[in-house]
Design a binder for this molecule. Structure first.
Ligand code: GLN
Length: 303
């Protein structure tokens, strides 16, 4: 089967499910997104890209940005981040306060909100401006210089970020942040509000399928760190349903409450899917079903 035929078949399989789940409404701007949107893109390791549905329409990537923040933190073989954040699945919601309190300010992994706040704090030290550096990576790898922060989305989240502010203050109370809470929160919120299409998202993440190599062949991550980043996505990328996700899909993946999911088939391709309706864990309902259909149809899981 050709890639385009595969995507068309996946689209047909999941079309009865398009619109399932509930759009995130704790960020008002996200609540306004049409729940019947559906896009799916596949980028091969050599940069060819295929898609179906709304695959060229920008979506709010939200927590999918946490993959790129961590990639920048690990680039150049820099592993210092692991002194500040763990890499175990949390088994708790992505914005849980209790877990952070129990763990005394060391977040379980870099993909729960508390962990991502620590990664952003770390990137502030390493780069001075995490959002600018992540955008540079996305624009270059995606081949699209217009990828940017959606300022309306950022403002909408910033006005309602009470839980993330609570997490950041709890981290600060444990001495786990080196920059002011508001500076860390502003950067975190901007990164979550990056808007880009499934097409660009799939292409941008190619380094995860190429064992750390960027589109131009230069190295972003060591082979080990590319493996580790994929492994962390598999175990922690879809929050407290990472087990169910691995069981059904069998690929490293990272979701966001905008309804996007990025998934990696190592050495073959990357996939980006968008369907705004979410399940109880905050993962895209039709998006997961599409990735399930994809690995079932092709047999391309990591298992
Ligand atoms: N910006 C969202 C938040 O911080 C991201 C959460 C997510 O996508 N899971 O709550």
């Amino acid at each position: 089967m050709q890639y385009q035929e595969i995507l068309d078949a996946v689209h047909a399989t999941v079309s009865p499910l398009i619109g399932c789940g509930r759009v995130a409404d704790y960020i008002p701007e996200l609540a306004a997104v049409d729940p019947r949107r559906f896009g799916l893109a596949l980028a091969t390791t050599d940069g060819a890209v295929y898609g179906v549905g709304d695959w060229q329409t920008p979506l709010s990537i939200q927590s999918v940005s946490k993959v790129f923040s961590l990639a920048v933190a690990l680039s150049g073989n820099n592993e210092a981040i692991w002194r500040r954040v763990g890499r175990e699945p949390s088994g708790s919601p992505f914005n849980a306060l209790q877990r952070l309190e129990n763990d005394r300010g060391v977040p379980r992994n870099p993909f729960v909100n508390a962990g991502a706040l620590v990664v952003v704090d770390h990137l502030l030290t390493l780069t001075g401006d995490p959002t600018r550096v992540v955008l540079e990576l996305l624009r270059t790898e995606g081949g699209n210089p217009t990828i940017d922060v959606d300022q309306r989305m950022a403002k909408s989240e910033a006005e309602n970020r009470h839980r993330n502010a609570a997490l950041a203050h709890l981290l600060a109370s444990y001495g786990a942040l080196t920059h002011p809470v508001d500076v860390v929160l502003d950067q975190y919120t901007a990164l979550c509000a990056i808007a880009m299409s499934c097409r660009d998202l799939a292409r941008t993440a190619g380094f995860l399928a190429r064992q750390g190599l960027r589109a131009d062949g230069s190295r972003l991550l060591s082979r080990s760190n590319a493996k580790r980043l994929n492994a962390t996505m598999l175990t922690c990328g879809t929050y407290d349903s990472a087990g169910e996700f691995a069981y059904r899909v069998g690929l490293p993946a990272k979701s966001g409450v905008g309804g996007g999911i990025l998934a990696v088939v190592p050495n073959r391709c990357t996939l980006a899917v968008w369907a705004p309706g979410l399940d109880e864990s905050g993962n895209s309902c039709a998006g997961r079903a599409a990735l399930d259909a994809f690995t079932t149809l092709t047999g391309w899981s990591v298992f």
